[in-house]
Design a binder for this molecule. Structure first.
Ligand SMILES: [Fe+2]
Ligand SMILES: [Fe+2]
Length: 365
């Protein structure tokens, strides 16, 4: 397809296949919309759906049609009935695996906000943030940033799916959080754009979806979890719970990430994304737990278990992600499927730059 797009904002380039199912979906997406073969994906039974490369890429391929789409792929695929049926087949083992991973959290008598606080207090994930702060070398930090780019270049988008599904106090609280995430309407303050500066300072490709091929299943799973919750209205409670857990566990790790980059000699442009989250998320966590999740459950009490399920699932999948990075590094190998290219020498002094310099746009394709 010859149409020109600004690669910073998507659509992404189709990634490479990781097994028979993702290969079949990729082959289909390259052609005009048509019915997929009957039964495709019906016998899916991966041993570990959360780390199954073929399953997680298949889900990601389907979900991305609802975000920026794929470069060169007909937009009518978004609602093609047989592809949606295949997506449902792929979601079944993913949801079952999440249930096995986290069970069914019970809601304490003190309410859902207290339940969220207890979950977060009990969260003892692998020490990824501390490692990045104190010990990680530059190549390991670049790996971490490449993993996270899959989400941060569209930061906040999955949770915005909840907006039209809510009313009243929960909606107002979500809008307050999302307004900050989107920079109060200023491009240079949007968190996704701050993150693009971090990528650029680390000499990494800043294009939307640039690191998809390098991202393993567990990284895709952290994203697919948000899309699963975001694209199904029935999971709106879990989506808000996921966001609340995200905000409630963000402030301290982000301080550590920023300190880690400073230790490695990076400048304030590189650290701004993380520095911004230290204060913003300390505020967001209160809004998310009390006003947003509390407001939702006051309006729809039956959703309280879903709120805690979404929070627990988010924390649990993030623990698997952190363990993957730390285990890979402990074994002396890259945590990515393909290592990031070596960092180029810096073109500017890595100290005290006056303001955010937006990265140059990549070449049009
Ligand atoms: Fe953010
Ligand atoms: Fe936030």
């Amino acid at each position: 397809m010859s149409e020109q797009v600004d690669r910073r904002y998507g659509p992404a380039t189709l990634p490479r296949s990781r097994g028979p199912l993702s290969a079949a979906v990729l082959d289909a997406l390259r052609r005009p919309p048509h019915d997929l073969p009957a039964g495709l994906g019906a016998d899916l039974d991966p041993a570990d759906p959360i780390t199954d490369e073929d399953l997680q890429l298949t889900l990601f391929l389907c979900y991305e049609l609802h975000y920026r789409g794929w470069h060169g792929v007909d937009e009518a695929w978004e609602w093609q009935p047989t592809l949606l049926a295949l997506r449902a087949e792929a979601e079944r083992p993913f949801e079952a695996a999440l249930r096995r991973l986290v069970g069914a959290p019970s809601v304490p008598a003190a309410g859902v906000a207290a339940g969220l606080a207890a979950l977060v207090a009990a969260d003892d994930g692998p020490p990824l943030a501390a490692t990045l702060q104190r010990r990680a070398d530059l190549s390991q930090f670049r790996e971490f940033v490449a993993h996270r780019s899959v989400y941060h270049l569209r930061e906040a988008d999955p949770h915005s799916w909840a907006l039209p599904r809510l009313g009243g106090p929960a909606k107002a609280a979500l809008v307050e959080i999302q307004t900050d995430e989107y920079g109060n309407g200023r491009l240079d303050r949007m968190h996704a754009e701050l993150f693009r500066c971090t990528l650029e300072r680390l000499g990494l490709d800043t294009s939307y979806g640039a690191h998809l091929d390098a991202a393993p299943a567990v990284t895709l799973a952290t994203n697919n979890l948000m899309s699963l919750f975001g694209l199904h209205r029935r999971w709106r409670g879990a989506l808000l719970g996921h966001l609340a857990a995200f905000e409630m566990t963000s402030s301290l790790p982000n301080r550590r990430y920023g300190n880690g980059l400073r230790r490695l000699g990076l400048d304030e442009v590189a650290t701004r994304f993380y520095d911004e989250h230290v204060e913003a998320d300390a505020v967001h966590e209160q809004i998310a737990a009390h006003d947003m999740c509390g407001g939702l459950v006051r309006a729809e009490p039956a959703l309280a278990p879903d709120v805690l399920f979404g929070a627990t699932a988010g924390l649990a999948v993030d623990r698997l992600f952190a363990a993957h990075l730390l285990d890979s590094w402990a074994a002396g190998r890259s945590s990515l499927r393909t290592p990031t290219p070596p960092a180029p020498p810096p073109k500017v002094p890595l100290v005290a730059l006056p303001a955010v310099a937006p990265p140059a746009p990549p070449a049009l394709v």
